[in-house]
Design a protein around this ligand. Structure first.
Ligand code: ATP
Ligand code: MG
Ligand code: FE
Length: 345
């Protein structure tokens, strides 16, 4: 089954072709980052308009890359939520329109289920069951995964997501949006011994997270250095380093707890922050100690992409799931633990 995947939940237009026999055939991404950077964050209305401009040319591009035409498609999957409603509607309407014209099935999929299963696109992929840390711009969650659609939420952030915290810390340090990769780069030059930031909610049991206090702590640290006339390039790097260490350490402590609590030996880490090199390094070390293994998506599939949507869509479409004709879905808020395994599978 050849499935076209469409991702338009936020600020990247992602399109990919996944073949259930041959694997990923093509994928393309258009990032709107440069357009939103000027505003320091994503402007929803601009995002929707840009998806409208980019989506059809990207679909043509992946078809060309794979040497296929629209008539070769067997089904279409699109991100139905969660995300920005206007942005979601562009992908949903395009998917439903094309599916109607081609007379093929179409299915709306959950964006976080896409992130969660993105490591399945790799050759070295995890078997079920596994524990998963989902760390992205809008989510920080620990999930127990028994199979496709069979998820229990173990813990999540009670306030900001880890990626959001990275983005806010970046802004305070005068770095461009999205800040995660930039904070990580600056942190490399930082002295790990100069400042120590708190590890929120690690002093009590449980698998929930909180990152909003860390944001305040970062701002206070910057203001103090500034007041003392010490906020030079090295000090900014030291703040970035202390911040990154605190976030990574917190995530690692909770992953360790999740593995111990569930007894699982496989850990999936996905979503934008899973691209973070220090996080990967620390998790590798922790997993080694417990005789466990960590799995990640390749770098460009950590953040939003069409491939993960095509993959999840294909699994569910194969099991017989599909939207009713004309019933496009765009669901801005959609908790992942309401998902179910496909009825036919
Ligand atoms: P969600 O998936 O929750 O709806 P999103 O789609 O905006 O949110 P992603 O695209 O998965 O999130 O990830 C983007 C986030 O990942 C941003 O917050 C970005 O700063 C962060 N990020 C990307 N690379 C890194 C990195 N190397 N280190 C830390 N954070 C990173
Ligand atoms: Mg994004
Ligand atoms: Fe995402």
């Amino acid at each position: 089954m050849r499935v076209l995947g469409i991702e338009t939940s936020c600020d990247e237009t992602g399109v990919a072709l996944f073949d259930t026999e041959r694997g990923l055939l093509a994928d393309a991404l258009y990032s709107q980052i440069a357009m939103h950077a000027e505003y320091g964050g994503v402007v929803p209305e601009l995002a929707s308009r840009d998806h409208t401009r980019r989506l059809l040319p990207l679909i043509q591009q992946v078809l060309d890359e794979a040497g296929l035409t629209r008539q070769d498609l067997d089904a279409i999957a699109y991100t139905a939520g969660p995300g920005l409603v206007g942005a979601l509607m562009v992908g949903a309407a395009t998917a439903h329109g094309m599916a109607r014209a081609l007379n093929i099935p179409v299915l709306g999929v959950h964006h976080m289920e896409g992130h969660l299963l993105a490591p399945m696109l790799e050759e070295d992929r995890p078997a079920f069951p596994f524990a998963a840390l989902l760390v992205s711009g809008g989510h920080t969650q620990l999930v127990e995964v028994r199979g496709l659609g069979d998820y229990s939420l173990l813990g999540e952030s009670v306030d900001d997501a880890a990626g959001e915290a990275f983005d806010k810390a970046a802004k305070m340090l005068g770095l461009a949006y999205p800040g995660g990769p930039q904070v990580a780069r600056l942190a490399e030059r930082g002295d790990p011994g100069r400042l120590r930031f708190p590890r929120p909610m690690t002093d009590r049991p449980g698998l929930d997270f909180s990152f909003s206090g860390l944001k305040t702590h970062t701002l206070t640290a910057i203001r103090k250095l500034e007041a003392a006339g010490e906020l030079d390039e090295q000090a900014r790097a030291d703040v970035a380093r202390a911040f990154e260490e605190a976030v990574v350490d917190t995530l690692v402590i909770k992953c360790r707890r999740a593995l111990d609590q569930t007894g699982l030996k496989r850990l999936v880490v996905a979503g934008g922050v899973s691209a973070n090199a220090r996080l990967r390094e620390r998790l590798e070390h922790e997993c080694e100690k417990r005789n466990a293994r960590a799995f990640y998506p390749r770098g460009r599939f950590c953040t939003d992409n069409g491939a993960m949507i095509a993959y999840v869509g294909a699994q569910r479409l194969l099991a017989g799931e599909h939207d009713e004709p004309g019933a496009m879905q765009a669901v801005p808020r959609w908790p992942m633990d309401t998902l179910e395994p496909p009825a036919g599978g």
